[in-house]
Ligand binder design. Structure first.
Ligand code: XBP
Ligand code: MG
Length: 250
């Protein structure tokens, strides 16, 4: 296969390290603001990340509590907490405290100049994507993406392939002519389930997680070191479209 026609970006963990110091912190501040005793430390949050979606993550946590409230009360509590958490998350990222990961901007710029379409395929809330990307890419951020599919747009979150299938349909691109960039096992499974090849840039929470079915896995887009399969001859300091082409050719 030649150059991919579209690049589909995951958000949390891939575009930026949002989870540990933004989503997790915002959940804890939301608990505090609502007078609730829970605090999620870095380790516990890593376990909770196995559940995609903030509301779903809260429900999963409530269900494990020794004195878990009945299901209807859990739903009410999650519906109350989730918007508070997202408002606080928006404030954290709007303050510029979560930069894009190194190498992301360079690859986005290369896509733009090469005419490779880009899309967002995420299970996070649309407001969270807008808060992060308007801060990091500017107020016209959304014009850079031909499709933006978020948590609200799907009935089933990752690892279900729905978010990728919707993004492909909006792009009008066959799965085999697209390429996803992901950081997690569930995100990789979602893209693979839609038939999209996946390049994994490992994030802090999935630094050592077993990830099945990726075309290539490496530490980040900023470096040509530490990738499997190895990068070919250098075209610059980071990962470029030519690397994707080479990995796709096998
Ligand atoms: C990762 C997630 C998200 C965020 C929280 O999404 O699981 O659920 O942790 O999102 P992705 P919300 O890697 O697909 O971008 O609280 O907005 O649901
Ligand atoms: Mg992710």
């Amino acid at each position: 296969m030649s150059r991919p026609r579209a690049l589909l970006w995951d958000v949390d963990g891939t575009l930026a390290e949002t989870e540990r110091d933004a989503h997790r912190v915002a959940f804890n501040l939301a608990f505090e603001a609502c007078g609730l005793p829970w605090r999620w430390d870095v380790g516990l949050y890593g376990q909770l990340l196995r559940v995609a979606g903030g509301r779903e993550r809260l429900l999963h946590f409530f269900a494990q509590l020794p004195d878990a409230p009945p299901p209807a009360e859990r739903e009410v509590l999650a519906a109350r907490l989730h918007p508070v958490k997202n408002r606080i998350y928006g404030e954290i990222v709007a303050a510029g405290r979560v930069p894009l990961r190194d190498g992301v901007l360079a690859l986005m710029q290369e896509c733009r100049s090469a005419g490779v379409a880009m899309a967002i395929a995420t299970t996070t809330s649309r407001a969270n994507v807008a808060a992060l990307l308007s801060t990091q890419l500017g107020p016209a951020w959304s014009t850079g993406f031909a499709a933006i599919v978020c948590g609200e747009d799907v009935a089933r979150k990752k690892p279900d392939p729905e978010v990728y299938l919707r993004a492909l349909a909006q792009l009008g691109v066959e799965p085999g002519r697209a390429l996803a960039i992901e950081d997690s096992p569930d995100g990789t499974a979602a893209a693979r389930g839609a038939g999209v090849p996946v390049v994994v840039t490992r994030s802090v929470y999935f630094a050592a997680a077993p990830i099945e079915g990726a075309l290539a896995i490496g530490p980040g887009l900023h470096t040509r070191e530490g990738w499997a399969p190895a990068c070919g001859p250098a075209q610059g300091p980071g990962i470029r479209l030519a690397d994707f082409e080479r990995w796709l050719r096998g």
